[in-house]
Ligand binder design. Structure first.
Ligand code: SF4
Length: 384
């Protein structure tokens, strides 16, 4: 998705790392408690060292929500994360993404028009009152709002199973987007078979599957993936085990099922961090996730050897766009009273995205789940 980032002034582009550090430190000092810098686990170290909080996308948005005194939330991550932070924070808080071109290729694989088209096409074949839309956190605010309007929920890689179990109390089928791998890995862990799932290709008529299949399957998995996690292959596990017979393989559920089925452990970013902490001293652990987190875990885990499962793995190129020059640029502008690169979600989208996020929270916290739906778009809508 094209987002236009203003070219940075020479002052930032030509600055040395030490000069950038000095600019960022001075701006942070001047802004004090008014600025809260969030660093996603996949950020490079030159950025991460300035983060007031580290975490995955959802945890960072919640942390921002818990800091109402911070007027400015500088989100060192990608676009959908900054949107989620804007949805969850108070109206007076401004969310800034240091580089507007820091998108997420997976989130961009499902846009609102495609999902609306898919829903309409499915409604010609099945009763969409029994179809529950579930979107991964890694999606635009517009898709979260679609899900909120249609009685579905957001999920993260930590709680996907709980959310899907809830979904099957609401209907018979799930439309899961945008990551087919998280949907497939979770469904199989729940006891479903590959035959219970079909991949929905938004570029083909009726998703590239026939009507009988639409009626038969339980999971319609959007044809989306993470280009970083999809690189890990079973051959990498074989090579690692040949070199380290006692080694431990831990993979993120955005990896393919072929890979996850041969890993020792599979779990979210937080799970991976805990798995490394829990591994015995002296162990060798190969991780199937983004390289900056792997390298950081290696540096912060003395007594253990932590390596990337794929020795040639590349970083998430969109996360990598956030760098020292862009961070210095947004912070110095804030000091001058100028907001650059604000990420603002419109009020209607915010309202319905919040509904989908709140359902996720209610499900995971065991609270009664909101039944509200949008009367304008959902035939099952109850009065608000
Ligand atoms: S690692 Fe994958 S899912 Fe995460 S931001 Fe990068 S492209 Fe998106």
């Amino acid at each position: 998705m094209l987002r236009l980032q203003t070219p940075l002034p020479d002052r930032y582009r030509n600055a040395s790392p030490d000069e950038l550090d000095a600019m960022i430190a001075a701006a942070k000092e001047a802004l004090g408690e008014r600025v809260f810098i969030l660093g996603h686990h996949y950020q490079r170290d030159e950025v991460m060292k300035w983060a007031d909080a580290r975490g995955d996308s959802y945890r960072l948005s919640v942390l921002a929500q818990e800091r109402p005194d911070a007027d400015y939330i500088v989100f060192c991550g990608v676009h959908f994360m900054a949107e989620s932070a804007d949805v969850l924070t108070a109206d007076h808080q401004v969310v800034v993404l240091p580089d507007l071109n820091a998108g997420c290729s997976m989130a961009d694989m499902a846009d609102l028009d495609e999902v609306v088209e898919a829903w309409e096409a499915l409604s010609d074949v099945i009763d969409t009152d029994r179809l529950v839309p579930i979107t991964y956190m890694n999606s635009s605010a517009a898709l979260k709002a679609f899900v909120g309007r249609h009685g579905g929920a957001v999920c993260t890689s930590t709680n996907a199973r709980e959310i899907l179990e809830w979904a099957f109390t609401q209907g018979d089928k799930v439309l899961f987007f945008p990551d087919q791998h998280l949907g497939r890995n979770t469904g199989i862990a729940m006891g479903y078979r590959h035959e219970d799932m079909a991949v929905w290709n938004p570029r083909q008529e009726l998703g590239g599957i026939d009507e009988d299949q639409v009626r038969a399957v339980t999971f319609l998995l959007w044809k989306g993936h993470c280009s970083v996690h999809q690189r890990f292959q079973p051959a990498h596990v074989e090579a690692f085990r040949a070199a380290h017979p006692d080694g431990i393989v831990v993979a993120h559920p955005e990896c393919s099922h072929d890979l996850c089925s041969v890993a020792d452990q599979v779990g979210s970013t937080d799970f991976i961090i805990r798995a490394v902490a829990a591994a015995p001293e002296g162990s060798t652990i190969a991780i199937g996730t983004e390289i900056h987190l792997v390298n950081r875990l290696a540096a912060e885990s003395p007594g253990k050897t932590v390596v990337s499962l794929d020795p040639l793995v590349c970083p998430c190129s969109t996360m990598f766009r956030i760098d020292g020059p862009h961070l210095a640029w947004v912070l110095e502008n804030l000091v001058e009273g100028r907001v650059v690169n604000q990420i603002a979600v419109d009020p209607d989208t915010t309202e319905w995205a919040k509904v989908a996020l709140q359902r996720m929270l209610d499900i995971t916290q065991g609270n009664p789940v909101s039944e509200v739906r949008d009367p304008a778009t959902d035939s099952r809508a109850l009065p608000v």
